[in-house]
Design a protein around this ligand. Structure first.
Ligand code: ZN
Length: 94
């Protein structure tokens, strides 16, 4: 049981994205079109720049621009986990 599991709904709690700073390691999701299928993969990289809602992330010498909502800090479940398990909205109600 991790800190990110919600006891109320069983979904995953959102990470605190405001904690992401330049130099932090994050996980993020990229989608690559391959023929007729789209391949989704999770990558890890280092944040080079935080620009409002966009992160510049370096991963294996490549630069990615990722929406903050598509990235999670290291230690948090990967964005794919949120897609599979669902994201907790309990806090929004309270
Ligand atoms: Zn919840």
């Amino acid at each position: 049981m991790s800190d990110y599991d919600c006891n109320t709904c069983g979904k995953k709690r959102r990470p605190d994205l405001s904690q992401i700073r330049e130099g932090d390691k994050v996980s993020f999701v990229t989608a690559t079109q391959r023929g007729r299928s789209i391949r989704i993969s999770t990558k890890e990289g280092k944040v080079l720049q935080v620009l409002d809602e966009t992160l510049s992330i370096e991963s294996r010498k490549k630069l990615y621009r990722v929406n903050k909502g598509d990235a999670t800090p290291q230690g948090a479940p990967s964005p794919l986990t949120y897609a599979l398990c669902g994201t907790c909205d309990c806090q929004a109600e309270g």
